[in-house]
Design a protein around this ligand. Structure first.
Ligand SMILES: Cc1ncc(COP(=O)(O)O)c(C=O)c1O
Length: 422
């Protein structure tokens, strides 16, 4: 029988010793009521919460789980490196191996730098774009998430206008808006940030228009500015290269993180020779940036990416998930939009302006052992099997049945409603 007593008790204790009880995406309380916050185990495709409930996990730690939690080859690489050295006075030879591997796999890359989180990588990209010609203005698409630093965090607390004084916003996939933003930057344009595709929360996802990508490249070149693809979320879930290879456009810099170590803490920034000198001018570091264990994990993850059909398996799982949900929704009389790449879908409902159908559906599925998000893109991983899919669809079928019965009494999320009013 599903229960969340232990999770609730942990939340109460956390409220005493952690500001707000939690920070980051879980602090927003945007997940539906009763979703667990604390987990004790993760293995393959499944996570176990503090109460012992097991879920097939379609959030994959918000991305990092690419090959399955605790994937055996990556775990073995971690154990081998751990026995030698991890965080010490200088990096291990594995740092050079890893930089060579990234440069070998990512077509536009001539060099690589390593850090811990995606936000480190996007911050480095911002600094390098400015160091490149000493210019200041950086273009960012409205609502695109690039991290939680003062220049890009989505919430206003602790941020002053000066932190964003030189950021210009425009609409993704809108070439005219992009051209206007470039015009506004004038001769002070340092860089243009691009998400691989539009993957904003609460929105249908849209793939990049190749023409938009080409225009971004052209405008960056004309203004001697750097084009940056933020592949932190989508990297290696679209292709085995930078995601904009899918539209035939190469950036100067691309940001990586999440999947890189299959869950070990490591991120990266890679770039071309044009940006090399600027990259060597900035001072960036962190006590754990040179730790060898996550680098060994990343080296092994990259080998698996190169040598196996992990991507095709993930795509197959994603297509099965998509087809199954779309059919079930139709069978139960719901309109469902399932957008974005099959490996990173978002699922939104028709006629659901306050998301109460989506929230009700995900909550009903969660209580039956399937962990999904009603407002954020989800993630497939390569460990998913036909049996996982079958079990998932059994649970989602029952969830549809439940919300069909309760449709009239589904309530919008109080947190969402408060946000809409704010
Ligand atoms: C596109 C994108 N860029 C940057 C980041 C920041 O990464 P991190 O949370 O590892 O700092 C994220 C995180 O979700 C992301 O999705």
């Amino acid at each position: 029988m599903w229960t969340n007593e232990k999770d609730k008790a942990l939340r109460e204790r956390a409220a005493e010793v952690i500001p707000g009880g939690m920070y980051g995406h879980q602090s927003t309380l945007l997940m539906p009521e009763d979703f667990p916050q604390f987990f004790t185990k993760a293995h393959g495709t499944r996570i176990t919460d503090a109460d012992g409930n097991v879920y097939i996990d379609y959030m994959c730690a918000y991305g990092p789980n690419l090959l399955g939690y605790g994937q055996a080859d990556v775990a073995a690489a971690v154990t081998r490196q751990q026995a030698l050295a991890d965080t010490c006075t200088g990096p291990g030879p594995v740092m050079v191996d890893l930089a060579e591997a990234m440069v070998g796999m990512i077509s536009h890359a001539d060099w690589a730098m390593f850090c811990k989180n995606g936000a480190d990588s996007t911050m480095m990209a911002l600094m390098i774009a400015r160091a490149y010609r000493g210019k200041r203005k950086v273009l960012v698409a409205n609502q695109a998430y690039h991290g939680s630093m003062p220049w890009n965090t989505p919430r206003p607390g602790g941020v002053v206008a000066e932190d964003r004084a030189h950021i210009i916003y425009f609409d993704y996939n809108d070439t005219q808006a992009l051209a206007d933003a470039v015009k506004e930057a004038g001769d002070d344009l340092a860089g243009i940030f691009a998400a691989p595709f539009r993957h904003d929360t609460f929105h249908d996802q849209s793939m990049p228009d190749p023409e938009y990508a080409r225009v971004a490249r052209k405008l960056a070149d004309e203004h001697d500015a750097l084009l940056i693809v933020d592949d932190v979320r989508a990297g290696f879930r679209m292709t085995r290269d930078c995601s904009w290879e899918t539209v035939g456009v190469q950036p100067d810099l691309s940001c990586w993180g999440k999947v890189l170590g299959n869950g070990q803490p490591i991120s990266a920034l890679v770039g071309n020779n044009r940006a090399r000198e600027a990259a060597s001018k900035i001072f960036v570091t962190g006590s754990y940036w040179f730790s060898a264990v996550p680098m060994a994990a990343a080296l092994e993850t990259l080998r698996i990416i190169r040598e196996t059909d992990y991507l095709e398996r993930m795509e197959k799982a994603g297509e099965g998930f998509r087809a199954g949900l779309v059919k079930q929704a139709a069978d139960f009389g719901f309109g469902l939009r399932h957008t974005g790449p099959a490996t990173m879908p978002i699922v939104l409902f028709e006629d659901d302006p306050d998301f109460k159908i989506g929230y009700g559906f995900c909550r009903a599925a969660m209580k039956r052992g399937v962990y999904m998000s009603p407002y954020h893109n989800m993630f497939m991983n390569a460990a998913m099997t036909d049996a996982d899919l079958e079990e998932t669809l059994e649970a989602t079928g029952a969830a549809f049945e439940e919300i069909k019965k309760n449709r009239a009494s589904l309530k919008p999320s109080a947190v969402l409603a408060a946000l809409a009013d704010a």
